[in-house]
Design a binder for this molecule. Structure first.
Ligand SMILES: NC(=O)c1ccc[n+]([C@@H]2O[C@H](COP(=O)([O-])OP(=O)(O)OC[C@H]3O[C@@H](n4cnc5c(N)ncnc54)[C@H](O)[C@@H]3O)[C@@H](O)[C@H]2O)c1
Length: 388
């Protein structure tokens, strides 16, 4: 994702009247890299948040980060555990690369700290199960950093499905992505990212539709991944191509409980403008969601509903729901929703039980692609029995 894209996450403006000022939340940031910059900008706008500390494995990085964002009062550490042991925190934002999501989240929950964890949840289904178990043991709140959930258009998709307007949903096509848009940094190596486009933007496309239909359990997955662009110096700069060892394209055919099939494709790079719109087909109507970078609040064209009315086939536009000018960005809203849930002891805005299914599908796509065959999805027993 480019800086231009991330700049669409306009920092919110302080809005004291909506905020419970009775308690200040003491927050720490784990991982002071790129996405942490968007966190600190928004956290600083929240009058009930004290940014107490930060940790980064790279010596000096957290100090430079707080200096740059004029939060020099925050204490810094070279490891998340050191921070968790030395600070009395209410909550942490886990902003590390994907392969350390699980350990940072589990350690924070074990210390009795609420967690807002960046996407994707982690890398493997076992890590996701371990996170859910830690959450349950701790009794603390865990929410996942899927900002599209704050988008009124994404909420509208769920409303349409839940209204019954589509009838029984039986087929979904989702995904999308870019003709060319391969990130760099820690996104392109297995040791830090774990997965490529599939985890980075695929997790959002899966969430957009699975959230709408209530996250049914996956039954089987036939997955495919490739890396014809990221690892090729013709399409990526030679230094990045040489270290690129994750996917830049993924596709899968997924059977879900309730006799629903999900046809998925996602790309960081390809020779086509987009791998396609999202469509949700039901027995009474169908919905088309034009190819969107939903992860950036990127609904640029209205959704269309197709149905028969008085015996005629009609299509109608669902008006785009736009953010109010000068209003708070989706990124701000996801952090605010987490903070409010912690303070009011209510349900997490993006619950781990849902994103666990998202992670299970990602994990199954990776394994199925490696084995080159369809797989039955076996959810860890401890999760099925104890948590889900
Ligand atoms: N929600 C969004 O729109 C969005 C956008 C971009 C990135 N992300 C996610 O944010 C995460 C971070 O991405 P990034 O681009 O900021 O990566 P980054 O590499 O710039 O920053 C991650 C930082 O975490 C540090 N780190 C790793 N393990 C640590 C540990 N145990 N303790 C302390 N520090 C540790 C690293 O040293 C690094 O500085 C990724 O999971 C990514 O998927 C989300």
């Amino acid at each position: 994702m480019s800086d231009a894209v991330l700049k669409q996450f306009t920092p919110g403006l302080p809005d004291k009247q909506d905020i419970d000022m009775g308690k200040t939340l003491r927050v720490g940031i784990i991982g002071t890299g790129w996405i942490a910059e968007y966190y600190i900008e928004d956290l600083k706008q929240m009058p009930d948040i004290a940014i107490v500390s930060g940790a980064d494995l790279i010596p000096g990085k957290a100090d430079a980060f707080f200096k740059r964002f004029k939060a020099e009062g925050a204490r810094t550490y070279n490891h998340h555990l050191e921070m968790l042991e030395n600070e009395e925190l209410d909550a942490v934002c886990v902003c590390t690369y994907n392969t350390t999501h699980a350990e940072c989240t589990i350690d924070a929950l074990n210390k009795g700290v609420h967690v807002l964890l960046e996407k994707p949840m982690c890398v493997t289904i076992q890590e996701a199960a371990d996170i859910l178990a830690a959450e349950k043991r701790s009794g603390k709140l865990l929410s996942l950093g899927f900002q599209p959930r704050m988008d009124e258009n994404v909420k509208m998709i769920k409303k349409i499905v839940e209204s019954g307007e589509l009838g029984k949903v039986y087929y979904i096509q989702t995904g999308g992505g870019r003709r060319r848009g391969i990130p760099n940094s820690t996104f392109i190596e297995k040791k830090t990212a774990g997965v490529g486009a599939l985890g980075d933007i695929g997790c959002y496309s899966l969430d957009m539709v699975l959230y709408a239909i209530g996250y049914p359990k996956p039954l089987t997955v036939s997955g495919y991944t490739s890396a014809f662009f990221g690892a090729n110096p013709k399409y990526n700069n030679p230094q990045d191509a040489a270290r690129f060892n994750v996917d830049d394209f993924a596709a899968a055919f997924i059977r879900l409980e309730g006799d629903i099939v999900l046809d998925f494709r996602i790309s960081w790079a390809s020779h086509i403008d987009t791998p396609g719109d999202t469509i949700i087909m039901g027995t009474e109507a169908a919905l088309r969601i034009p190819s969107t970078e939903c992860w950036n609040g990127g609904f640029t064209a209205p959704m269309k509903l197709y149905k028969d009315v008085a015996g005629e086939q009609v299509e109608m536009e669902i008006p785009l729901r736009m953010e109010k000018p000068g209003g708070k960005g989706l990124f701000y809203k996801k952090i605010r929703a987490f903070a409010d849930a912690v303070k009011s002891n209510t349900q997490p805005p993006v619950p781990s039980k849902e994103i666990f299914i998202n992670q299970a599908i990602i994990d199954a796509i990776v394994t199925s692609a490696r084995l080159k065959r369809e797989l039955e999805v076996v959810l860890p027993v401890e999760v099925l029995e104890g948590v889900l």
